[in-house]
Write a protein that binds this ligand. Structure first.
Ligand code: PMP
Length: 287
């Protein structure tokens, strides 16, 4: 039996979840989305994800046909319909069907699609041993062209960089911004630890402001670490004591090498391991 999908205000069988080939989400990547975790039957950090969805939509002048409270209820109903205790929600809002041209005035009926499924995770050894990274030559979108803060359906910038990581045998890749500063990875935010200080690129670096990033910064501050959002170069990364990524799917995962340089002693660092433990406590405690 397939999944139950929320589409056009109803929960339908996966086989019946169909949208127009003229939808601008398909034709142009014109739409926005969210990826959200379900832990212990609860939608984790539901409100921040919904807020980011509506902010992304506002930035692209897309009016979502549901109020935020209705969206929250629709996500919860979809999770319930699929009997999920642990899993992943993909929330998609498209511009809707239109003509073959770019004019958004010719589109109508933005589509809200909610998929709630199980999640495929990195193998457990990625968490114990850490991952290896390379820097992609594809730079992150210039924020004056298309702000990386918009979680849009057009992910080609990230996909091009991810291909470079895959070609190098890695599951992620580092992206720099147009100034050559560290931005983020293709689907995760990046942090370093240097002399006990936790550092991550600020929003100005041209990044998606990750919900996990923000949660981990809060956890780190509560645990007494100094946390700084600042401009980082690749050199800062090469000489860091520790490095880790954050993301909805990845949670907190150590990085042990970048471009062939070992980070610290080449093993997941103590602060990284502590933050992963704190994050797991938060997500597994029914918060
Ligand atoms: N950056 C990019 C480009 C992403 O796609 C994601 C995943 N949504 C993240 C960072 C991490 O964000 P979050 O913690 O909200 O999943």
């Amino acid at each position: 039996m397939g999944l139950k999908i929320y589409l056009a205000g109803k929960i339908v069988d996966e086989a019946d979840a169909k949208i127009s080939v003229f939808d601008h989400g398909l034709l142009y990547g014109d739409g926005v989305f969210e990826g959200i975790r379900i832990y212990g039957g609860k939608v984790f950090l539901h409100h921040p994800h919904i807020d980011r969805l509506y902010e992304s939509a506002k930035a692209i002048r897309l009016t979502i046909p549901l109020k935020p409270a209705e969206m929250i209820a629709a996500v919860e109903a979809t999770v319930k319909a699929n009997n999920l205790t642990d899993g992943y929600v993909r929330l998609v809002v498209t511009r809707g069907a239109g003509s073959l041209g770019l004019d958004i005035r010719k589109t109508s009926n933005p589509q809200v699609i909610i998929i709630a499924d199980t999640i495929s995770l990195y193998p457990p050894e990625t968490y114990t041993k850490g991952m290896h990274l390379v820097t992609a030559s594809t730079i992150r979108n210039h924020s004056a062209a298309l702000s990386p803060r918009i979680k849009s359906l057009n992910y080609l910038n990230n996909i091009m960089a991810r291909i470079e990581g895959t070609d190098a045998g890695m599951v992620e890749a580092l992206m720099l911004n147009h100034k050559g500063e560290v931005a983020e990875c293709t689907g995760d935010n990046i942090f370093i630890v240097k002399h006990g200080v936790v550092r991550t690129p600020s929003r100005d670096a041209g990044i998606l402001e990750g919900i996990t990033r923000n949660a981990v910064m809060d956890l780190a501050r509560e645990a007494g670490y100094r946390v700084e959002e600042c401009s980082l170069t690749r050199h800062d990364l090469y000489v860091a004591d520790e490095m880790f990524l954050t993301g909805t799917a990845a949670e907190v995962v150590a990085v042990v090498s970048l471009d062939g340089r070992s980070i610290g002693n080449g093993e997941p660092g103590p602060i990284t391991r502590n933050l992963l433990a704190l994050f797991q406590k938060l997500t597994r405690s029914g918060a």
